[in-house]
Design a protein around this ligand. Structure first.
Ligand code: COA
Length: 185
């Protein structure tokens, strides 16, 4: 894969944020701190060590958003398994929220996913109404409710944004496992 496709420079007022693959343990620790000190993960009981484990999972793709000096956010993707193109986690540091960076990070990650799969999936906690509103504004649709999924008493809403059925999709590396229906062409 061409690594240059996975780098983005975002201008946010006078500040420049670069988005690229996670490169170091220091960066992973900064991301784990953001997660462990923020909702929804506090309510969901995902602490620092559990967050770090996810950040070190080699089956995931993690991108950090950072200035010259520090990590200000990150996104973890899964490009394997049942829901290819699943945004597992997206988070910004408290002081970087509400300035449009999350919207730009989602656009970046959608472009990355749509190179290889026609769906973007994510889950949002039932109590995270602001994040859900953002996703719906960006074109995500609710697929269903996973009741008591992470913790009892709260649901996760599975959301999806789709550009094509799997069978019609050709990835950057060739076709998916589905043969296109030539008879429909
Ligand atoms: C969700 C998040 C990535 C969005 O990034 P952002 O840069 O704050 O969002 P933008 O500035 O691009 O868009 C603003 C919208 O994001 C949502 N938003 C803003 N702050 C938020 C927060 N603290 N938590 C959840 N959603 C938030 C709102 O819908 C907001 O729109 P509004 O101002 O009309 O209410 C970021 O707010 C965040 O890290 N939140 C905490 C972690 C989280 O909820 N992650 C999503 C888990 S599914």
């Amino acid at each position: 894969m061409d690594g240059t496709l996975d780098v983005e420079r975002i201008e946010l007022g006078a500040e420049i944020v670069v988005v690229r693959r996670l490169e170091s343990d220091d960066e992973a620790r900064a991301c784990a701190r953001i997660m462990a000190t923020s909702e929804p993960w506090m309510t969901l009981g995902r602490g620092y060590e559990a967050s770090l484990e996810i950040l070190h999972d080699p089956s995931r793709e993690t991108y950090v958003a950072r200035t010259d000096n520090e990590v200000v956010g990150f996104v973890i993707l899964s490009m394997r398994g049942a829901f290819v193109g699943y945004i597992q986690t997206i988070a910004l540091r408290h002081d970087w929220r509400g300035r449009g960076l999350g919207t730009k990070l989602i656009a970046f990650v959608e472009r990355r996913i749509l190179r290889d799969a026609p769906n973007v999936f994510l889950c949002v906690s039932s109590f995270n109404t602001r994040a859900r509103a953002l996703y719906e504004r960006l074109g995500y649709q609710v697929v269903g409710e996973l009741r008591d999924y992470v913790v009892r008493g709260h649901s996760e809403w599975l959301l999806r944004k789709s550009v094509a059925p799997l069978a019609d999709w050709t990835t950057s590396r060739g076709q998916l496992a589905f043969e296109p229906r030539r008879d429909l062409e």
